[in-house]
Design a binder for this molecule. Structure first.
Ligand SMILES: [Zn+2]
Length: 240
């Protein structure tokens, strides 16, 4: 009698498979149907769902300010910064402050974004640091090293050793120290404005300011100023 149980079980199993197959075959054949009359009216259900989606109120996203501004229209806004030092400083701090202010507000620099950079005594949108080289990594042990300058969050950090000496690739390419200082101010402030790094676009061309010119000129010529194609700031919501 045990064999009968097995046989009945197999018959039930095969019947179940046949039933499932026939249902799925029916689903496939009904492409256009009347939902009110046919239980498996999937096409109609899809239409109903898309109608529902079509009626969903999509939230209106505020238009970014720069979209409504015609290109090349001057935008006037103020960015404040505070100057601070860390570690043993041998450089002339007054000269550092003066160079920073004239560079940031130069008609050749980021002021072309329509931004005035104003030094303040306290607070500030960012802090411009003149740092002893061994102090630079203290801002980010993984992102900054003692050889170069760095930008971390609202800290724009200039390495004093680079400030006093420039860098070998820059100097070898014929760059002078005055321009190096402007370049490194613009480059590190460029990070704060929202820029990543760029690369030399062709041998003999002026480097983009966001190229790491302290490390490798990549065949470009030294350039301390942002290129016209770099004139934007995701942080400030400004495009050229
Ligand atoms: Zn950089």
């Amino acid at each position: 009698m045990k064999h009968w149980g097995v046989i009945v079980g197999i018959i039930v199993f095969l019947g179940a498979i046949y039933f499932v197959q026939s249902v799925s075959a029916e689903e496939q054949t009904i492409a256009i149907c009347n939902r009110d009359k046919q239980a498996f009216c999937f096409q109609k259900r899809l239409e109903d769902q898309s109608n529902v989606l079509g009626n969903v109120n999509i939230p209106k996203i505020a238009t970014p300010e720069w979209i409504s501004i015609p290109a090349n229209t001057p935008v006037t806004r103020t960015v404040t910064y505070r100057v601070a030092t860390i570690g043993i400083i041998n450089a002339d701090l007054a000269e550092f402050k003066q160079t920073a202010s004239t560079t940031l507000n130069s008609p050749s620099g980021w002021s072309r974004l329509g931004v005035n950079f104003v030094e303040v005594e306290a607070g500030g949108d960012f802090v411009l640091w003149l740092a002893q080289d061994i102090e630079v990594p203290s801002f980010s042990p993984s992102g900054c090293d003692s050889t170069y300058s760095c930008s971390v969050g609202n800290n724009v950090i200039l390495n004093q050793t680079r400030w006093l000496n420039g860098s070998e690739p820059w100097n070898v390419a014929g760059g002078n120290l005055s321009d190096y200082r402007k370049m490194v101010i613009n480059h590190e402030t460029g990070h704060w404005l929202g820029h990543g790094h760029r690369y030399c676009e062709g041998v003999g061309q002026a480097a983009p300011v966001m190229q790491q010119q302290s490390i490798d000129m990549q065949g470009c010529t030294p350039n301390p100023w942002p290129q016209s194609y770099e004139l934007m700031s995701s942080r400030l919501g400004i495009r050229s």
